[in-house]
Design a protein around this ligand. Sequence first.
Ligand SMILES: Cc1cc2nc3c(=O)[nH]c(=O)nc-3n(C[C@H](O)[C@H](O)[C@H](O)COP(=O)(O)OP(=O)(O)OC[C@H]3O[C@@H](n4cnc5c(N)ncnc54)[C@H](O)[C@@H]3O)c2cc1C
Length: 428
Amino acid sequence: MADKFNVIVVGGGVAGCVTALMLAREGLEVVLVERGNYSGAKNMTGGRLYSYSLERVIPDFASVAPVERRVVRERISMMTEKSATTIEYLSDALKQNGSDSYTVLRASFDRWLCQQAEAAGAMHIAGMLVEDLIINDGKVCGIIAGGDEILADVVVLADGANSQLMERAGLRTKPIKPSEIAVGVKELIELGAKTIEDRFNVASGEGLSWLCAGYPSGGKIGGGLIYTNKDSISIGVVVTLSEFNETELSINDMLENFKRHSVIAPLINGGKLLEYSGHLVAEAGFSALAKPSGSGVLAVGDAAGFVMNLGYTIRGMDLAVSSAIAAAKTIVAARDNLSDINALDGYKGNLEAEGVLADMKHYSNFPSFMENHRIFGEYPEMIDGLLADLFVMNGSKPRSLVSKLLSAANKVGVLNIVGDAIKGVRSL
Ligand SMILES: Cc1cc2nc3c(=O)[nH]c(=O)nc-3n(C[C@H](O)[C@H](O)[C@H](O)COP(=O)(O)OP(=O)(O)OC[C@H]3O[C@@H](n4cnc5c(N)ncnc54)[C@H](O)[C@@H]3O)c2cc1C
């Protein structure tokens, strides 16, 4: 092993693998250190990867990478215990290269990304936890892993939402609050390709993304998710951590309730549980971003807080890739003076140029909008009440549409509805 590397990347998730790949392509000596037995071994996502950012690194990656299905159906439901009101979006735009998205399973996808980095010349050390950073005179100079010291000009922190090293590097000064982070659990249920295509109305190679608000999270801030993979579906629930102070339900109870819902149960009937996983999702958005760089150190992906939970979709992997591109560009531009304490100052500008900060800024009011419990409790009930009035015929006396609308709206309060609608539109 070299005495000193140009760059050590900590964490072999999407962010770390792409950083290592781009740096290795430029001929830098880079080592990727992953605590799992292989990249992806400990990783989890919903999830789907929006392709636009990885396309910039590996054009047409979906034709060679282990992606599951291209998402061509976007479904959003408001659920009560006994009903679901669903919007479905289909468009040719969802199928176009660069504006399409793919369901992925991280164990195979991250492993493949890591192999691309290795093929480009990066060294990969798996099964090694980075315990600490070496910091001399305020500059990060390396890592301590397995009791050994490894030195580098730059350390890139790509160690995910629960990074212990961000604080050590001085990039995160305040602890993340329970209201700023969610916990997600997910089951992988094998159904077979044909059953998936029949039940979810998708063609071979095509898939669905389905987010559900209301009942899946027990009316708490969060939601249920379903993504179709090749032979299995990912079904999960994500809930803001602080919400568990106010409910007797565990996250596992919520997932079981979601699976037993009368709309969902037939879709997973006969399926075989392959895997159960849990993970944190940083969801406070722009206001809770860490400092992305310091002397000798950069943070990419979830470690820096580059993830957005927008309710109708979660975006983290595309931002992990974009921030990795920005980090690699910063390091390559400074390659002749990497020992300079200000060498990495260009990172923020590169994050702007790659669109990461603009995206996060654009949706900066969304997390506070989502703190509104009415979205997860009263609105699904209100919509259910209104639609039941329209569609359920039981011989009772007919009422005018206006009176049906008013009786549904009065339960929530017309002013609340108007205020929430304005806030919702502004936050998007
Ligand atoms: C339930 C759920 C659903 C989601 N759905 C979506 C979705 O549909 N689309 C989307 O884009 N995003 C989604 N996300 C977010 C997305 O998964 C993350 O944003 C993305 O995984 C971030 O990638 P990363 O490489 O930054 O971090 P991670 O994937 O967390 O990778 C971090 C890596 O660092 C390693 N590591 C950690 N500490 C150390 C250490 N000390 N030493 C060595 N290695 C270490 C870990 O083992 C891991 O390999 C979802 C997240 C969750 C939890």
